[in-house]
Design a binder for this molecule. Structure first.
Ligand code: ZN
Length: 557
């Protein structure tokens, strides 16, 4: 069949794009939707960049690739120690490797979790999770010198903890930087798309994610509540200019790819307002009698003071006023060393909270054997606890509004399948996204108000649109999953779909005559020929930098 161009918008949301399409601001995206098939695309659970792009890259659920978050932690040591960060080496038999092995030429630019670069039949520029000082972020390495002013991400994301506390750039500066990085990416992609030969070209714009995180309040005023007067006129103009330029850039990529190329527009997850309430999961487990806090008597213990100061806003203010910024920094460092969860009596605890992503919460059962102080001995007790917890989520209500806090509760094996499943928390809770899961045992209220440090967070519903010679014209298609895209991509490239893929081919988007003439092929044994290009891994310095960058995105507490 034809060539395939995939344009990813990290965090792309129809809640933003469709109103702009209706206002005739995005003519190229409008054409793609009008002349192709489109619908909301359901992300992974959690709807998180690392998990979602890893599933996209491998065609497999997190139980098969093991990536739920950017961090690596030992699941049985009470998640206190960060052991490093995930990288692309954890992903084998990626889409680009499968397409390469079939002899087709690929160009892949800026897909998250592709660092370190691996050989492909074509070109690769790695994406998010690439250290900013990485010596090699392209395949072949010489490609780096051919890129013009290339930048993987905006710099304020790199500035780390600093910006969160003291130096958040102004919204105008952020906007200008997001715009600049987007323009550089578009220019480089346009050159590659025109000058190189390829069968599969993919690029991901991350500006949409950064913009939705930091400007969701403004976007809401502009596009959802029709209250544009609430937005600084310069920001209003800047946001509109950003999306218009992105649309022009997408139009240029589509035009350069040529009329016979199939074009797919997609995102890893959608967006919505940040949570405004905290749900203290460990406190709930304590109330259920499943978690026992430590008795803290020693006034010398930091945990004692942390619990005493707790979440009392007045005491926190006092503490901030009394201690210099430096002393606070020292104290928080030594508290980190003491470890999170140091206030839990493990010998008397059956279940505890494990953060996954904002409103997606894990609960780990403290089983013996695996956990260093596990007390749940038998399979029967394990299952009984899980049944009990799942039933308890139904009864769990916000004491103020009496509304349910948990939208869905799952045993891990009903969400994931594969060798990594048993490393994930035993129960996964998807809260109403107005709630963020918290671990603190201080205080006594299950739910308290939360002041988010940025206005937007991820939602499950992302975007999908596809247009091309063999594609039907259908609006607002239901039941589209992110996991279905890799199988669909291979089908559109006339390649067999490995049986290890979890998704289906989105056959409803393919013209019936084309589908009949090209029945799907499946392939049982896909040999793995992957491996890192050279021996590249994160250095200590790079780990520090990645930590800062993730912290600045709000992913680390
Ligand atoms: Zn994302």
């Amino acid at each position: 069949m034809s060539k395939l161009l995939v344009i990813g918008l990290d965090g792309g949301s129809f809640d933003i794009l469709l109103p702009l399409v209706d206002q005739n601001q995005l003519p190229h995206i409008a054409t793609l939707l009008r002349e192709g098939s489109w619908g909301r695309l359901e992300s992974t659970i959690p709807p998180f960049t690392a998990a979602a792009w890893s599933t996209f890259a491998t065609g497999r659920n997190p139980g098969q690739h093991g990536i739920l978050s950017f961090e690596k932690r030992n699941p049985y040591q009470y998640h206190s120690q960060l052991e490093g960060y995930v990288d692309g080496r954890q992903l084998t038999d990626t889409l680009w490797e499968i397409i390469s092995r079939a002899g087709k030429r690929v160009i892949v630019v800026n897909v998250p979790v592709t660092y370190p670069p691996r050989p492909v039949n074509g070109l690769m520029v790695t994406g998010m999770m690439t250290p900013s000082n990485a010596a090699h972020f392209t395949y072949p390495p010489e490609l780096a010198a051919e890129l013009t002013d290339y930048r993987i991400d905006v710099d304020f994301i790199r500035a780390g903890d600093e910006f969160r506390k003291y130096k958040l750039p102004s919204k105008r500066e952020m906007l200008a930087e997001i715009q600049a990085v987007t323009t550089i990416r578009s220019q480089n992609c346009l050159r590659l798309i025109k000058e190189q030969s390829w069968d599969f070209f993919m690029t991901v714009y991350t500006g949409t994610d950064r913009l939705c995180h930091f400007f969701w309040d403004d976007l809401t005023h502009l596009l959802l509540t029709n209250t544009p007067e609430q937005v600084d006129p310069q920001i209003r103009a800047g946001l509109l200019a950003y999306f218009k330029q992105l649309d022009v850039d997408i139009g240029a990529l589509i035009a350069a790819a040529g009329p016979d190329t199939t074009v797919m527009l997609m995102s890893d997850h959608g967006f919505g307002p940040s949570p405004t309430k905290r749900f203290y999961v460990n406190l709930w487990l304590e109330q259920l009698g499943l978690l026992q806090p430590k008795q803290l008597q020693s006034k010398a213990s930091l945990a004692y003071w942390r619990r005493r100061v707790g979440r009392n806003i007045w005491l926190k203010r006092l503490y901030r006023r009394l201690l210099s910024a430096e002393a606070q920094e020292q104290l928080s460092k030594s508290m980190q060393k003491e470890g999170v969860n140091s206030d839990i009596e493990w010998n008397d605890t059956r279940a505890y909270y494990v953060p996954i992503y904002f409103h997606v919460c894990g609960i780990e059962i403290n089983t013996s054997g695996k956990h260093r102080a596990g007390i749940v001995e038998t399979e029967a007790e394990y299952e009984m606890l899980r049944d009990h917890l799942l039933a308890a989520t139904i009864a769990l209500r916000d004491p103020q509004s009496n509304k349910p806090i948990v939208q869905q509760a799952y045993r891990r094996e009903s969400l994931y399948a594969g060798p990594y499943t048993e490393q994930f928390p035993d129960i996964i809770l998807v809260l109403d996204p107005d709630y963020i899961g918290m671990r603190s045992l201080a205080g006594s209220q299950l739910v308290e108000s939360h002041e988010p440090f940025r206005p937007g967070e991820h939602r499950a519903d992302g975007i999908f649109g596809v247009k091309g010679p063999g594609i039907t014209v259908q609006a607002d298609l239901p039941d589209l999953l992110l996991t279905d895209l890799p199988a669909t991509i291979l089908y559109l490239l006339d390649l067999p779909v490995p049986v290890s893929f979890d998704g289906r081919i989105l056959s409803e988007t393919v013209k019936p005559a084309i589908w009949q003439a090209n029945p799907p092929q499946s392939q049982s044994a896909v040999g793995s020929q992957s491996g890192a290009a050279g021996d590249i891994s994160y250095s200590a310095e790079e780990e520090v930098e990645l930590e800062q960058r993730l912290r600045s995105l709000g992913y680390l507490e």
